[in-house]
Design a protein. Sequence first.
Length: 408
Amino acid sequence: MDFTAKLFDPNSCQVQERQVTAASAREARSKLESEGLTVLALNALKGSAGEVPDAAGAKLTTGSSKDQRLDVAWWCRELRTLLAAGMTVVEALDTLRAQSPEGFRRLVHRQLVHSLQSGMSLSHAMASTGAFPAVLTASVKASERTSNLIDALDDYLRYHELLDNLRRKVISAAIYPTLVFSLGMTITFFLLVFVIPRFAQVYANRPGSVGPATKLLLQSSSLLHDHFPVAMAMFAALAIGVLWAWRRGWVTVAIQWIADRIPLLQQQLRELSLAKLYQAMALMTRGGYALAETVELCAGLQIHPALRPRLRAVRSDLVHGRRVSASLRAAGLTDEVTTRLLAVGERTGNFDQILQVIANRHSSNFTLFVERATRVVEPVMLFLVSALVGSVVLLMYMPVFDIASTIR
């Protein structure tokens, strides 16, 4: 299957387009990310021979639009419930197909059922759709060796819950400052466009009573008031541009680029990436993968691009017989506590538990940072916005105070 990918190269800080051939969208994404590139968008070329027809002859593509996404956590919970009730995998997936409304979700289930009835394993069927993350597909593939599909689904749900909790923490921390900033900008814009021009008419007959700062404010207000349609068009264009950049993933890339250049934020991005990495490693290890295989699979996850070459170096060391703790430490993926925990895992053999402890530790560090940053950012943002609105009002009324003093 041929795909067109829009990529961000962190080395050159440029966005580029490239065509790649792979068996599925997941494989294409993993191939590009293994080269240290950030995938912003991935679309199958029209007419590509790799589009897989489902049982009814419809084609299942893996574009990037929201209507072509599957709620993977919901899928795992529903499938687990049906399997625990005694259904076979084919019966459970057929039940989910019948329950799903027309659209991408039904196409996914229809193709899964068709693939299983054709003799394909569940993990290969999932990979062929391109709708499931690589870590889930790998976990299901491992469960096929032990027939513990329910346990594999439970492990992935725990992995998803950890990542979802971290995502919710960041979003909830950003909501209040965003609302305060938006409200402050709205009030300031209203004052500049509708209120201050009325005062400008009063001050026009007394030019000497207006100070330089107030004069600049009046000129800015007059400019916005006289060109209000143009100002609104520019504002709408800016909002649309930001929304478009957000949907294309450029805002996330820009935030990551800025954070990489601020030591404190860079450290916290590292904590987040290591939490995802070690959680995925714990999931893979519980599924029965060897550590070298686990590291290779984790290199294809959506983690910080700077970690991928390090993971490849770790895999090379593990293949040549180097200890896990030494390999990860040499790659800069551990601190002193993590190194000693890994040494305990080497001694006891309980690597899945040790990796889970390490993941929880990095997750707790990132969560603590978000909570502390929220306590600092919220009052600072409220103070800055209040100072901005207060300054506008003060500059607006200063000439009034001067006029009142001359009357006395």
